[in-house]
Design a binder for this molecule. Sequence first.
Ligand code: PLP
Length: 356
Amino acid sequence: MTILLSPGPVPVLEEIAKAQTKEMITHRSDEFSALYRDLVTRLRGYFGAEEAYVITGSGALGLETLALNLCERNDRVLCLPNGEFGDHLVTTVQVYAQPLPHRGADGSGWDLERTKAKIDASDAKVLAMVYNETSMGVRNHIKEICRYAKSKGMLTIIDGISAWPGTEFDMKAFHVDAFVTGSQKGIAAPPGMALIGLSKEAVERFSKRDSIPSYYCDLRRHKKRYEKDQQTPNTPAISLFWALQKAFDVLDRQGGLPACVKRHADAAAYTRKRLTAMGFPLIAEKGFESNTVTGFVCRDGEQAKRIKSTLAKEYGIKIVGSRGTFKDTGLRIAHMGNFDMKNIEKCLDAIEKIMK
Ligand SMILES: Cc1ncc(COP(=O)(O)O)c(C=O)c1O
């Protein structure tokens, strides 16, 4: 069997995969209401959110849902991309509002010191950025940035797709108004669900709008239906919802969010230590290293290709390349979801052997 160490989709535990095979129910039933109520209640607790919804669709649909419900056509939106997913966020915002992007270099991170003047100089109503830039393995310091942006009256939207639940997060403590993650990432369910969290201010903002440029993603419809009978406005991916419920059970059983963050942080530290000892520079700037994925730089494109293909062919280990500046020379090892530490060790041992 392949050892999949990609930063999503990640391997799915058998008990989570099996939960999908339950007998089908209709989404207009008390049984579905109980399921969705449980997911939403638990998500509100995990995120520290006023409201939470599960949208059937990938993470990008969840992000688009936040943008189109919370940004209006003439709103200026300060964006701080520093990698491929930050760039995609700008493109998403562009469809519905006016992005004001400041591009950070690939591998560099955003902290308050680097963003303060940009926030001060902008008349943007909204700040939108990525928490964990998956393409580089960079963790931006959103807690400090969002606290400052909120003190300036901005609404804060965070793409936490590859961050949660392996990275510290709480909407209230982080001053985040809207947050999204994807089911195929750290929560380690199958792909196909976007989990979104909203603050009171975000709920007020979309609730008072006269029109929203979407039917399926109009959160007013999701809110209204949830308040009526804890159901979704359209037919959701019911089987996936069962799997998500099981993934939440696993998270709780393993000690909840603090234990999950620690497990990811420990695996990330171990991975960095081993790679550094082998002489690989890391892609992430010091102080901005991701908990869920580590990017490292090979001597040249040939070496990167050799490591990746030998891992696949001789060890059955699948890792992925980086993007942008590090497209040819960068590789990434994910330690995301319900990973087995033995597999991370196996991968690093194999790289060490390949290098000899
Ligand atoms: C940070 C980030 N944002 C957005 C996405 C897009 O998510 P999806 O492919 O689920 O639409 C990804 C996927 O890897 C991601 O890592």
